[in-house]
Design a protein around this ligand. Sequence first.
Ligand SMILES: Cc1ncc(COP(=O)(O)O)c(C=O)c1O
Length: 471
Amino acid sequence: MVEHNMTPGSSHNYAREIWQKDKDHHLHPWQLFDSFHEEGAMVMDRAEGAWLYDIDGNRYLDSVGGLWCTNIGQGRSEMVEAVAEQMLKMTYASPFVDMTNAPAAELAAKLAELAPGDLNHVMFSCGGSTANDSAFRLIQYYQNCRGKRNKKHIIARDASYHGSTYVSMSIGGKKADHPPEFDYIRDTIHHISSPNYYRNGDGQSESQYLDFLVDELEQKIVELGADNVAAFFAEPILGAGGVVVPPDGYHQRTMEICKAHDVLYVSDEVVTAFGRLGHWFASKDVFGLQPDIITCAKGITSGYLPLGATIYSSHIHDVISEPGHGRYFSNGYTYSGHPVSCAAALKNIEIMERENLFEHVKDVGQYFEKKLQTLNDLEIVGEIRGVSLMQCVEFVADKSTKAVFPDHIDISKTISAIADKKGLLVRPIINLNVMSPPLIIDKQQIDFVVETLRESIEEATVQLKKEGHLS
Ligand SMILES: Cc1ncc(COP(=O)(O)O)c(C=O)c1O
């Protein structure tokens, strides 16, 4: 898997210098201070399609898709040209108050066309966290405009991830993301169970478990008082919280509960939109859910440039924009509707349409699901789950009891480190390896992912036995 890149940037000294500068000056998201002091970061240098190359020229199949985002694959000259053209024409114009630009207007209209039902209005932001932050502020504004000033409480789920601003991190329910050194909003944000049947089903049938989950949401609304609850935030499939696919019917039933209690439903599609499950948006097309707000980012530009969008219903818009109140909407950013990011999104969407990419996703997605299931025979594989090109493998120390490995073993990192050496990137999250490859991945590459992952799990198993962690 080692290839040698002959560009000047690949020299050993240069690589070392970059590694050192990064270690000395760059604070990374989720940086683990203790090990970073020693190890620093892996320096990535170039990419092509689904492949990444590090600064020493080693090649990796990026089965993580960057961070669930490189949907159309890297290095497309058409994207570069669209971005360069827009930059030369006009790099920037303020989006504030009453000024706009053509790419932002075109993209807003396109998203309104692609999003389900009456989600006809769009607020742009810089990524997924700010898309959720903006959704939260929009909800406050909407509830206050309609005189429901007590509707302040938000319900979300354990193990959910919604971003890392103060608000979006507080809405998130992943315990591992809430170290005590940070503070969180605790009084108005509440978490109910992650719909993880494998981990939390506790001997119930799946339909009994579904009844429990739906009932739990309703009980929480009743406990807080429906007049005090503003919104429910949910990813259609919990991503970073473990690729958790809720039981069939969960989405519609939770939506009905929300509607019955006048609670807005926010579907966080930062990962699932733009083809990951073979559709523009998964809420309606995959799960039969019509939310009030969809937030998205990542695949909207396939990672070529930062962009987020909060797409919301005409019903909400009619309330907040009702004439005669002298209202103004003091939310947004310098880079909301940035013309270059929006031009990238428009070209990305055009490529997805022209190449009929979602038909390809349906084909390779099914293939990926089937192929990954072949790993079930491995001793430490507890569950393989996901939909289409959003998958994970959960590791257990004992298949029958589902016992987890102790934290210090860091099982997913042990396996991903072995895979790295074999030229495969998988994302380690606690006891899972997560995969969300670029949508352009082909069957041969999928075979490589699954075979390499098998070898890596087998090697890790031998290592664990040698160290006495497995009998
Ligand atoms: C479901 C979900 N929401 C929000 C975010 C935050 O997006 P960003 O990192 O672009 O701010 C993420 C990021 O992984 C995500 O997975």
